[in-house]
Design a protein around this ligand. Sequence first.
Ligand code: GDP
Ligand code: MG
Length: 337
Amino acid sequence: FKKDSSEEKKHVNIGTIGHVDHGKTTLTAAITKVLQSDGLANYVSYDEIDRAPEEKARGITINAAHIGYSTKKRHYAHTDCPGHADYIKNMISGASQMDGAILVVAATDGQMPQTREHLLLAKQVGITKIIVYINKADLVDQEVLDLVELEIRELLEDFGFEGANGPVIFGSALDALNGRNTDIGEKSIRQLLDIIDDYIPYPERDFTSPFMLPIDNAFLVPGRGTVVVGTLNRGVLKKARAGENIGVLLRGIKLKDIDRGMLLCAPGSEKLSNRFRANIYFLTKSEDEDLSMILPGEHGSVKLTLLWKMVMSPGQQFTIRENNVTVATGIVTETLP
Ligand code: GDP
Ligand code: MG
């Protein structure tokens, strides 16, 4: 039995980020339209993307469209959110972890507040590869495009991305969507897709670092002892590698001493801390009907101190719960001494 070649394509998660109205949804629709002519995707119209159904992640309502398409090399799940708040929630909660992002910047505006905010969040959630699509090239001349490029490269450097040498493409998503086979039209989309294939790395599993197993569940096997269950997210154990769902027998450990959320790791491989800086998003009232006193829909950077020390590292996502309801979702940005 020979597998369909599409099954062998590696799966990569990407998405469009950037300021409102800069053309993220138009670009997403244009990508599917260009790929449809190669038989690699089904065209998804602008309206279909923008009417994405609400989804719930960690008790938060997020509007996000997940569009699947393939290039000749890989398969992609592409996330596009309709509003700024949806990007914040999506990224802080880790609802769809992106392996790389397309930053859409309208040449008519240049960088705007949400351009910077999305870049900051991208950095915090561990996205390292950003491809810039300078959009609306049909509305400005080359001089303006060059200026915007310069400004964006500087901005990327400021945020710790590959600014000087990273990929920047000029185009008009609208022209591409309208079927114009010009340099800034369809050709800019093909150029973008080639760069996505080459520049965004396939997420490799880490088999070399000391093992780490976040514990999802624990039970007692009569006559043997306590067994903890979870997905090995890093490293190798005698009979299992990162990515595998495993059970580990812990001799001499009592079941009552195990809690969900604990980690099993190699001795000395992790630091414990109870103080950290985080970026958190507070749920709105409509996202949690049982609560009457919360700062609705706000997000910001905070310093938190826990009662006990635990394993934590930048990029780790968490939720804050009160009386058994989720009131906020966050991401660790820095552990503090
Ligand atoms: P989003 O909020 O970033 O998703 O932006 P949209 O894709 O909804 O686009 C916002 C507006 O800009 C819409 O009216 C689009 O038709 C228009 N637009 C998008 N791309 C282009 C482009 O390349 N050229 C021009 N002239 N308009 C564009
Ligand atoms: Mg949009």
